[in-house]
Design a binder for this molecule. Structure first.
Ligand SMILES: [Zn+2]
Length: 301
C-alpha cells in the first residue's frame, strides 16, 4: 500500500461520547498505528456531525444555542480522545465554515447530473435516526426499530430528493464485483437484502434551521446525512489549504476504510457510494460495520 486514509464515524453530538464511540475510535487508532509502524503514510480522520433537528432539540433541552451545545460536546470528544491517547490526524466538524464550500460544490455536481429534484415527502420520521422509515420497518404504535422508545412523526413536506433509484444497478454491480466492499459478511448480507427490495429516492432537505442552506433554495437546509457524509472529504483537506473539492481529492482520496457502527450501515454502504457515483468520484475501498457494544462484554466491569 502506498498510503492509507481511514475514518471513524463523525460522531453525532446530541450527547457526550460513550463506549460506543470509544470502541471504533480505538480500533481505528490501532489500525492507523499498525500502518504507520510499517512506514506507510497514513491519514486518520475522525470528528463530529453537528447538524439536524435532533441537535437543535438537545440544545434546547439544556437551554443552549445549537452552536454552544456543539462546542461543548465536541470538547467532550476531544478530551476523551486525548485521555485514550488517540492519535488522529484530522478532526472534522460539520458546521465548520470550511466544510460548507465543499458541500456546496458537491451538491452542484450532483444537481448538474440531474440527480436532485423537488418532490413531496410523506412518511414516518424518526428524529433520533434523522431518517424516514418504511412503514413495514416500524414496531407497534409507529415506534422506531432502532429507538423502540421513540414514536415516529408523520411528515408531509416539499423537499429536494436525491435520485438513489438511478443507482440501483450500479450499486448491485459494485457489491457483486467487489465482495469485500462491505465487511463483515453479515453486514454485506444486510445491505444486499435492503437493496434487493428496490431503492427509493430520499429527501436531502429539511425545514430545520440548524444546517447549511440548500444552495438552490435558502428556505431549507440540507439533510444532516447529506452534509455529514461529505465531512469525510473535508477531512482530507490540509488545514493550510483552501477548502475545495479539488484539494480534498488530490492527496488522500479515495478513502481506504470507513469504520462505522451497524446502525449507520445503510448511509455508508448505499447512500454514500451512490452520491459519489452521481458526483463522478471513485468509491472508498471498504466499509466495515462493527456490531453494537454488547452488554455481555461490559457487565462485571
Ligand atoms: Zn430511530
Amino acid at each position: 500500500m502506498k498510503s492509507v486514509a481511514l475514518t471513524t464515524p463523525l460522531y453525532y453530538v446530541n450527547d457526550l461520547p460513550h463506549m460506543g464511540s470509544a470502541y471504533p475510535t480505538i480500533a481505528a487508532d490501532a489500525l492507523a498505528r499498525f500502518y504507520r509502524l510499517q512506514g506507510i503514510p497514513t491519514l486518520f480522520v475522525t470528528g463530529c456531525d453537528e447538524h439536524g433537528q435532533k441537535i437543535q432539540q438537545a440544545a434546547a433541552k439544556f437551554n443552549r444555542t445549537p452552536q454552544e451545545h456543539c462546542d461543548l460536546m465536541v470538547r467532550g470528544f476531544e478530551e476523551l480522545w486525548n485521555l485514550l491517547d488517540i492519535k488522529y490526524d484530522r478532526f472534522v466538524r460539520t458546521n465548520d465554515p470550511r466544510h460548507q464550500p465543499i458541500v456546496t460544490e458537491f451538491f452542484q455536481k450532483v444537481y448538474d447530473r440531474g440527480d436532485i429534484y423537488q418532490g413531496q415527502q410523506q412518511g414516518w420520521y424518526c428524529v433520533a435516526c434523522e431518517e424516514f422509515k418504511e412503514e413495514r420497518e416500524l414496531l407497534e404504535d409507529k415506534r422506531c426499530p432502532i429507538h423502540p422508545t421513540v414514536t415516529c412523526e408523520w411528515r408531509d413536506e416539499t423537499n429536494y430528493f436525491f435520485r438513489l433509484s438511478n443507482y440501483q444497478s450500479q450499486l448491485e454491480e459494485l457489491y457483486r464485483t467487489r465482495p469485500d466492499f462491505i465487511l463483515p459478511l453479515s453486514r454485506r448480507n444486510e445491505v444486499l437484502s435492503f437493496v434487493e427490495q428496490g431503492l427509493r429516492d430520499f429527501s436531502i432537505s429539511r425545514y430545520t434551521p440548524w444546517g447549511f442552506p440548500v444552495p438552490i433554495d435558502r428556505q431549507q437546509t440540507l439533510y444532516v446525512w447529506f452534509d455529514a457524509l461529505l465531512g469525510y472529504l473535508t477531512g482530507l483537506v490540509a488545514p493550510e489549504e483552501e477548502p475545495t473539492l479539488a484539494n480534498a481529492l488530490k492527496t488522500w482520496y479515495p478513502i481506504n476504510l470507513h469504520i462505522i457502527g451497524k446502525d449507520i450501515l445503510r448511509f455508508h454502504a448505499v447512500y454514500w457510494p451512490a452520491m459519489l457515483m452521481s458526483a463522478g468520484l471513485p468509491l472508498p475501498d471498504r466499509v466495515f460495520g462493527h456490531g453494537f457494544f454488547n452488554q455481555r462484554w461490559t457487565e462485571n466491569g
